[in-house]
Each structure stands twice: as C-alpha cells, then as structure tokens.
Write a protein that binds this ligand. Structure first.
Ligand code: FES
Length: 140
C-alpha cells in the first residue's frame, strides 16, 4: 500500500469510540472521516457528518460516542450501525452514513477509496464542511 494513504495502526483505532482523520475529495477539498473497529476487528470508516443535519459532526475531535456497535450523533440522538452505517434510530432513521473505504494491511489502516485520498490525522480545520443541509424531524 501507498504509505501516503496510511491512517493509523489498526490497534490505534478504538472499538469504543472513533478516530478522526481528514481526507481530500477528488476536487481536492478537505473532508473529515471517522474510523472505528468492529467487535470482529474489522475497521470501518465513514464521513464525519450526521445524516440529519449534515453540518453536525459525529466526532468533534475527541471521539464520537460508540456503544453496542453503534455510533451516536449527540445533537438529537440518532444512532448508526457501525458495520453498515445504517441509521436505526432518530430523526434520520433509514439513512446511511457515507462510507470511506479503508483496508488493513500488515496491521495498518489505509484509505483505499477512489473518491478520497488520506490527508492527515485529526480535524480538517473547516467548520461547516457540508454547507448546512438540514432536514426536519419529519424526514423532509
Ligand atoms: S443532527 Fe444528528 S440527529 Fe440531529
């Protein structure tokens, strides 16, 4: 794997929280992503925004809340299944987090996604990266 795509050692990725990192989109724009480890050791990654209000970050820099294999949005309590990204509770129930493909090779996690390139660990430094798209509580 390309060392420039290396996010972290797999053992650094928490199972009870998230590790925040920044990628670049095909347009070169920075975007935040989070990764977490499933109970079987698989590492998954998603873009770091809620599907309810897309300007709300799941991980604000100190790890998102993860319990029972689900990542929480603390704003209104939506929960997303970590293995699929599917929202099974909350105002955006039925939506799905946007996946960032990662792969683990020799104990290290790499971004392996044609749409994203790894930039750096930590936040992007962009406050409202999604431009504030919001749906109301009826799902509209
Ligand atoms: S912004 Fe995430 S549940 Fe409302």
């Amino acid at each position: 794997m390309d060392e420039d795509a290396r996010v972290a050692d797999a053992e650094e990725v928490p199972a009870d929280g998230t590790l925040l990192f920044t990628v670049r989109t095909a347009d070169g724009e920075p975007a935040e992503a989070i990764c977490s480890r499933l109970s079987d050791g698989t590492v998954v990654a998603y873009r770091n925004y809620c599907q309810h209000w897309t300007d709300v970050r799941l991980d604000k820099g100190d790890g998102a809340r993860v319990t029972n294999g689900e990542v929480w949005c603390n704003k209104h309590g939506a929960t997303f299944q970590l293995d699929t990204g599917y929202c099974d509770f909350g105002p955006c129930e039925g939506s799905v987090l946007e996946t960032v493909d990662v792969t683990v090779v020799d104990g290290a996690v790499y971004v392996d996604d044609d749409d994203y390139a790894f930039a750096h660990r930590g936040p992007s430094g962009v406050d409202r990266e999604e431009g504030g798209s919001r749906i109301d509580f009826t799902g509209n």
